[in-house]
Structure formats: C-alpha cells, structure tokens
Design a protein around this ligand. Structure first.
Ligand SMILES: Nc1ncnc2c1ncn2[C@@H]1O[C@H](COP(=O)(O)OP(=O)(O)OP(=O)(O)O)[C@@H](O)[C@H]1O
Ligand SMILES: [Mg+2]
Length: 232
C-alpha cells in the first residue's frame, strides 16, 4: 500500500463544506500541505478559521468533502471503516482540550487503556511503558488517583500520557491548553516539546494563543478556511 513517499502527511486541495440549509459553509477551502516526520506543527488562526476541521480530517476523525490525504504514503480514503479504526489505534494519538479521561478509572488505568485495546501488546510491556510515562509526566505519585482528584494541568498530562502509550506515528492535539492557566499551559507545552525532541514525535497542534508559537517548528496559519502561511 505504501508508495515510498517520505512525507508523514501529504494533503492536496482539501475541502470541507457544510451545507446549512441554503448556505454553504466552507470550513476548509482548498488546503495543500506536507508534514515530515519529527515536525512540531502549530495550526493557528482566528476562531472559525478551520483549525479544528483540518485537525479532524488529518486525524481521520471526519471525512473531507473533496481533496486527498496521504499518511505514510497511504491514501486514507481507500481504507474501510475497520481499517480506519485500526489505523487510528495503531498509528495516531489524540489530545483534546477537555482531556476526555475516563472518570471511573485511575490515572494508571487511563494511561494503559489504548494499549489494552491492541492485540500486539503484552501486559508486562505496557505496564512498564506506563510506569516510564508516569515518571516522564511527573505523576508517578498520583498513579492510583482518580481524575476528580487532579488539577486541570495534571489531567491534561495524563491525557498526553495516554495518547503516547502506543508510541503513535502522529500525535494530534486540539487546543490542549484552552482550559489551563499560563503556568499549567507551559508545563503541558514543555511536555509536548520534550516528547517531540526525545522521541522525534511528529506533533500537529491547534492553538490560538500567540505566545505558543515559540514551541512550534512551523506554523500553518489559516484564515476563512484557507492557508495564508506556513505551507510547503
Ligand atoms: N458540524 C458543523 N456544521 C456546520 N458548520 C460547521 C461545523 N463544524 C464547523 N463548522 C463551521 O466551520 C468553520 C470552521 O470551524 P472550526 O471548528 O474548524 O474552526 P476553528 O478554527 O477550530 O475555531 P475555534 O478557534 O473557535 O475552535 C466555522 O465557520 C464553523 O462554524
Ligand atoms: Mg477549534
């Protein structure tokens, strides 16, 4: 299935149009872009410019109206629903602004969860991975706590840990600091940067906070569904 293409992600003329009664909303209006392995990309732009739409399409959480998406040389439009689900489970990781942890599970259990869904991971291997990640995010002491016993910043670090436990090829994050103060935002962004540098982790992050741009290798700037900067 691979074409031998070296880009991690390659999209061409991507469009997403919502039909709202008589009105067409062009959420994404012809975006072309390549992203390479190890890049830390920031998707920036004003509210309503199409940032989340682009991230959802790249993360295979939604389908484009037209245009193509290749990830690691695979044309993802050719995947069946089941292959798509497996593609997400085996290759992609996600962090959202509301953390999306399972409230009944402990920190440790939340982090293990995506690894438990995979048939190729043994218990002793993901328990060891979870232990290492708990140390990396500085929450080893909180491993048996519930979400309700953690601060927002701590919850987001757990969500990041869960997103990387399967060492995804691409990590997607949609405004992961939206509900955090500056100090906690820095801690979360520093963690993303550390993961990016130590593991050459490819990261695509949506943000609308101008000061976040110092963290990104490249900024893709959107306006009215079009890319106004940062493409290649
Ligand atoms: N499900 C939907 N149905 C109709 N219109 C939608 C839908 N989702 C998004 N849109 C519209 O598409 C445009 C882009 O939305 P999107 O959520 O991608 O913006 P955004 O840049 O992430 O904004 P924000 O910074 O506020 O999160 C907006 O005009 C929005 O109203
Ligand atoms: Mg958004």
């Amino acid at each position: 299935m691979s074409s031998g293409c070296e880009h991690m992600i390659e999209i061409q003329d991507l469009r997403k149009i919502y039909q709202m009664g008589q009105v067409e909303v062009k959420a994404l209006d012809g975006v072309s872009l390549t992203i390479d392995k190890g890049e830390f990309i920031g998707i920036m732009g004003p509210s309503g410019s199409g940032k989340s739409t682009l991230l959802h399409l790249l993360g295979l959480l939604d389908d484009p109206t037209s245009g193509s998406i290749q990830i690691e040389g695979i044309d993802v439009s050719r995947l069946t629903d089941w292959e798509r689900t497996m593609f997400r489970l085996y290759k992609l990781g996600y962090v959202f602004q509301d953390y999306a942890l399972v409230p009944e599970l402990t920190v440790k259990e939340n982090i293990c969860l995506p690894a438990m869904l995979r048939t190729d991971r043994e218990e002793k291997d993901y328990i060891a991975a979870t232990r290492d990640i708990l140390h990396k995010i500085g929450l080893w002491d909180r491993r048996d706590h519930l979400q309700s016993e953690l601060s927002g910043g701590q919850q987001q670090r757990v969500a990041i840990a869960r997103a990387i436990v399967n060492t995804p090829d691409i990590l997607f994050a949609d405004e992961p600091c939206a509900n955090l103060d500056t100090e906690n935002s820095r801690m979360v962004l520093d963690l993303f940067k550390q993961i990016n540098q130590e593991m050459q982790q490819t990261i695509v992050m949506v943000s609308h906070e101008d000061w976040h741009k110092e963290y990104f290798d490249r900024i893709v700037r959107l306006k009215d569904g079009k890319m106004v900067n940062g493409g290649r």
